[in-house]
Design a protein. Structure first.
Length: 215
């Protein structure tokens, strides 16, 4: 007489027989095929490692109680874990790196919300425009290697940039050229008279007294 193990086990599933009673007598792979869930296996004392080995999908594993740390420790990539809707802070705490997040196209603002520092995000290769969208301040940006032109292109306010130290003659020249500003415009932005004058060819001011040029 041939015994249909699969049929017997499926009947056990329907009858809601405790999985712990069946484990000593049946192969775990057969029990999975019969329809016992990852949650039932976990409740029966099966380890996380064994659950992963039994090839339950990530959704089933999360339903069974696995957290972000469990997935990371079991070698699941961030890309595979993202659809499970863990909070980004949970994923960071689980040990996924900023490189993992960048490869999965998380924004600088997302990473800031997760708790990564400005330095970590900037070192990961995010551009000035992306950092601007993440609401990083001008003083923070000035600790990086971004140029005045990059910060202006990113969207930072030119007057605030001048206030925070971009106030050299070269800075005045760049801003004057970019925004088609005249001498008085630069003065109103906060440049000194001397630095404002440096933004223009000296020939334009040949009739300006030397004393004024030095102020």
């Amino acid at each position: 007489m041939i015994v249909d193990i699969e049929k017997i086990l499926k009947e056990m599933v329907k009858l809601k027989k405790p999985l712990s009673n069946l484990l000593p007598f049946f192969n775990t792979e057969d029990l999975v095929i019969a329809g016992f869930s990852a949650t039932e296996f976990k409740e029966a004392g099966i380890s996380i490692e064994e659950l992963v080995y039994l090839k339950f999908n990530t959704s089933e594993l999360k339903e069974a109680g696995l957290n972000a740390i469990d997935f990371k420790e079991q070698g699941f990539s961030l890309k595979k874990v993202i659809p499970l809707d863990f909070e980004i802070t949970e994923l960071k705490e689980a040990g996924y790196s900023i490189t993992d997040f960048k490869m999965c196209e998380y924004s600088a603002k997302d990473l800031s919300r997760a708790g990564f520092s400005f330095y970590e995000i900037q070192e990961a290769g995010y551009r000035a425009k992306e950092l601007f969208k993440a609401d990083f301040s001008i003083p923070q940006m000035m600790k990086s290697s971004f140029t005045l032109e990059e910060l202006l292109e990113a969207g930072y306010d030119k007057e605030r940039l001048v206030e925070n130290g971009f106030d050299s003659g070269e800075d005045a020249k760049l801003i004057s050229k970019k925004y088609n500003l005249q001498f008085l415009d630069l003065i109103h932005l906060g440049f000194s008279k001397k630095k404002s004058l440096e933004a223009f060819p000296k020939s334009l001011f040949k009739f300006v007294p030397e004393k004024f040029m030095k102020k």
